[in-house]
Design a protein around this ligand. Structure first.
Ligand SMILES: NC(=O)c1ccc[n+]([C@@H]2O[C@H](COP(=O)([O-])OP(=O)(O)OC[C@H]3O[C@@H](n4cnc5c(N)ncnc54)[C@H](OP(=O)(O)O)[C@@H]3O)[C@@H](O)[C@H]2O)c1
Length: 259
């Protein structure tokens, strides 16, 4: 029997993983889904105590500080959750010879390219969130050789607050919406990512290092909003606007296409 720890289990990816595991039970794997209240990964002693009491074979780190705009004025907490915590987890995984599957982001890139980003391309994050996630990747790879970093992008699901759930709510309330049309990326369904991670564990994939996983289609937020409207029968008028008309505390990469 292999034991799989899932951190940040109450986030959108964590919840999609719980659904997937419940729908696809496997007799040789037991999953420990730990939310922040039960396992705060930014607290080193708590992580140490957890690993002392549990023999872990895989750790899927879905815990993260994901409030991209808030991170600009709260860098300390962003780095605690996205970098320091990953160091603690990777050190413990190394002690236990466990495989660490760490989730990272397209925001480690600056978005100045016009070609899909490949795992070995140079990073250059342009906001605090991206910087903290890049530091997390480095700790994960440095402290535990058996680490797989999965960078993903524009994650959405039926859970929590994300572009999809926000659009669904706004489209039900409003007749007209303005949506940014000059940022391009690949929306990724968290349910697909959960299935991919599950398969990775079952197949005992030992191709350690960085890899990219994102949805199949490249589009702007505006096109994504149009797709959501179309697929859900909303008649909302959607107007394309440039990023300059939707200022946010954190700068976003204009090109977030992972290849
Ligand atoms: N969402 C995206 O568009 C996107 C894009 C690219 C990459 N990613 C990456 O994908 C992964 C999953 O993201 P997601 O969309 O599922 O994010 P999410 O819905 O915000 O979930 C993150 C979870 O981590 C928890 N958490 C935060 N700090 C923690 C701590 N110190 N200890 C334990 N748990 C903690 C959060 O709990 P609280 O709710 O209590 O804070 C939340 O439940 C993350 O690594 C993220 O960086 C996301």
């Amino acid at each position: 029997m292999k034991t799989v720890l899932v951190t940040g289990a109450n986030g959108q990816l964590g919840r999609c993983l719980q659904d997937y595991v419940n729908e696809n039970p496997h007799p040789e794997f037991q999953f420990l889904f730990m939310d922040r209240a039960r396992l705060d990964v930014s607290k080193k002693e708590i992580v140490e105590t957890f690993f002392f009491s549990n023999q872990i074979d895989f750790c899927i780190n879905c815990a993260a500080y994901t409030a991209v705009d808030q991170a600009e004025s709260d860098a300390e907490n962003a780095f605690k959750a996205n970098a320091d915590a990953v160091k603690h987890l990777a050190e413990e995984c190394n002690e236990q010879n466990a495989i660490l599957i760490h989730i990272s982001t397209d925001y480690v890139f600056d978005g100045e390219s016009s070609e899909p980003y490949l795992p070995d391309d140079s990073t250059n994050p342009i906001n605090v969130y991206g910087k903290s996630k890049l530091e997390g990747e480095r700790w994960a790879l440095e402290k535990n050789l058996k680490t797989i970093v999965i960078r993903t992008s524009w994650v959405y699901s039926q859970y929590g607050k994300n572009f999809y759930t926000t659009m669904m709510r706004l489209m039900a309330e409003r007749e007209e919406l303005n949506v940014v049309s000059d940022q391009i990326g690949k929306p990724t369904d968290a349910n697909d990512l959960a299935a991919y991670i599950h398969q990775l564990i079952l197949s005992n994939d030992e191709d350690y290092g960085i890899r990219h996983f994102s949805g199949p289609e490249q589009m702007s937020w505006y096109e994504f909003a149009q797709k959501i409207a179309r697929e859900n029968g909303f008649k909302t008028k959607i107007n394309p606007i440039p990023t300059s008309e939707y200022p946010t505390p954190a700068k976003r990469p204009m090109w977030s296409v992972l290849g």
